[in-house]
Ligand binder design. Structure first.
Ligand SMILES: NC(=O)c1ccc[n+]([C@@H]2O[C@H](COP(=O)([O-])OP(=O)(O)OC[C@H]3O[C@@H](n4cnc5c(N)ncnc54)[C@H](O)[C@@H]3O)[C@@H](O)[C@H]2O)c1
Length: 248
């Protein structure tokens, strides 16, 4: 993994950091010497990770569907640490639901978790963001591959790119950057458990230009770059991390 000296001591907020890509990012930023503040609804996994990493890893139980939880989390961290250097809006759910079964409530709940939470975290963190700070929102390759039974999820992930570009304009004069990562199919524990059968692995290898399956740490490597000063000329962009997905 690349090393970015400037990340040492920086305060990095990561949502959904208890599992999957979020966990890999918590570990990667922690290894750079950053102060990593992460939240999740999964209290057990979050506390276990914070305990394992020790100093500079701070976990809080937060339900990102609740505005009050986000407000409290960010305010508490700003009070404790002062300036925030990076905010990574990673948490999301990706249910498979056929169009006719998506109720208005299910749609609203998913939008609250996947995109309203990104917006609220940006809004709450904004007054505390340092000059040169970096916001990274998570979209998904599905906005390009358009899988079935994921219309509400894909809609939230398309929205994330709009949010990113608009906030990049609004926060740019303050020298704050906003970018987006759109992961391909990443071999997280949950994906492997729920969806990635041997047949799906073959399908992924055939679809990617480079057939190797993508590990969460590889997405974390892109997040490190986007939070580092090496990417200081980059804002308003989305980065597809998919080893070149070319067909279904
Ligand atoms: N894994 C993939 O293949 C893949 C592909 C494309 C995009 N993504 C995106 O990458 C990001 C991370 O995905 P992942 O695969 O690591 O997911 P994951 O399910 O492994 O982890 C997501 C974490 O977010 C937490 N979370 C969910 N809702 C929450 C809420 N309301 N409040 C607080 N925490 C909440 C979960 O508890 C979990 O720990 C997501 O934005 C996802 O859409 C992932």
């Amino acid at each position: 993994m690349a090393s970015y000296d400037e990340l040492a001591g920086r305060v990095v907020l990561i949502t959904g950091g208890a599992n999957g890509i979020g966990q890999a990012m918590v570990e990667a930023f922690h290894a750079q010497g950053a102060v990593v503040c992460f939240c999740d609804v999964d209290e057990k996994a979050g506390s276990r990770l914070a305990k394992r990493l020790g100093e500079r890893a701070e976990f809080a139980k937060v339900n990102l569907c609740r505005e009050v939880d986000i407000k409290r989390w960010v305010a508490c961290l700003a009070k404790r640490h002062g300036a925030i250097h990076a905010l990574i809006n990673n948490a999301a759910r990706d249910p498979r639901i056929a169009l006719e079964d998506v109720t208005a409530k299910a749609w609203d709940d998913l939008f609250a978790a996947n995109i309203r939470a990104q917006f609220l975290a940006c809004r709450e963190a904004s007054p505390h963001l340092a000059k040169g700070a970096s916001i990274i929102n998570f979209s998904s390759i599905t906005i390009h591959t358009a899988p079935v039974q994921m219309s509400s999820y894909v809609a939230t992930k398309g929205a994330s790119i709009g949010l990113t570009r608009s906030l990049a304009r609004e926060l740019g004069p303050r020298r704050i950057r906003v970018n987006c990562i759109a992961p391909g199919w990443i071999m997280t524990e949950r994906q492997l458990k729920e969806y990635v059968t041997p047949a799906v692995k073959r399908q992924i290898r055939a679809a990617q230009c480079i057939p190797d399956l993508i590990q969460p740490e590889e997405v974390a490597g892109v997040a490190l770059f986007l939070a580092s000063d090496a990417s200081r000329a980059v804002t308003g962009q989305h980065f597809v991390v998919d080893r070149g997905w070319v067909h279904e």
